[in-house]
Design a protein around this ligand. Structure first.
Ligand SMILES: [Cu+2]
Length: 150
């Protein structure tokens, strides 16, 4: 390899390294996913309840909420409430929730929610519960859900 070729190679590596570090510092929390307004309904210890929040995706890449867990309950899962053609309302497990680029998805009563069973503690208004959300792109995002009536 000539000196000139080696110099070009080194210059290319430096540029690549700079680009990588710039990318790393520009995205301190994954793809910039935000989880806001997290809340959970009051429930007794050992009981079940539902949690809600809004996921915002300001980025240019679609993301997917793949799952949820919590240290405060035996099970946590993604559910969707819907009404069928006969007017029967029920809820079903859903594997994931797509979060479109430059968009947001609201988990709310009558739609998507996090179903929690076997609560480790009583959830009283003013208290909180920790949720650990796993996204395909953004990775793990931890949020505190406030216990509220409603
Ligand atoms: Cu449910």
């Amino acid at each position: 390899m000539s000196v000139r070729r080696a110099a070009i190679l080194i210059a290319a590596l430096v540029v690549a390294g700079t680009a990588l570090s710039a990318c790393g510092s520009a995205a301190p929390s994954g793809s910039g996913i935000s989880v806001t307004g997290a809340w959970v309904r009051p429930a007794p210890a050992g009981g079940e309840t539902a949690a809600y929040f809004t996921v915002g995706n300001p980025g240019s890449r679609d993301d997917v909420l793949l799952g949820v867990s919590t240290p405060d309950a035996q099970t946590a899962g993604l559910h969707k409430t819907s009404t069928d053609a006969n007017g029967m309302t029920g809820m079903a497990h859903t594997d994931s929730i797509a979060i479109p680029a430059d968009g947001s998805v609201e988990l709310k009563a009558g739609g998507y929610h996090v179903m929690l069973t076997g609560l480790a503690k009583e959830l009283v208004i003013g208290g909180s519960l920790e949720l650990v959300l796993t996204f395909e792109q953004a990775g793990v995002v931890r949020v505190k859900a406030e216990v509220k009536g409603g």
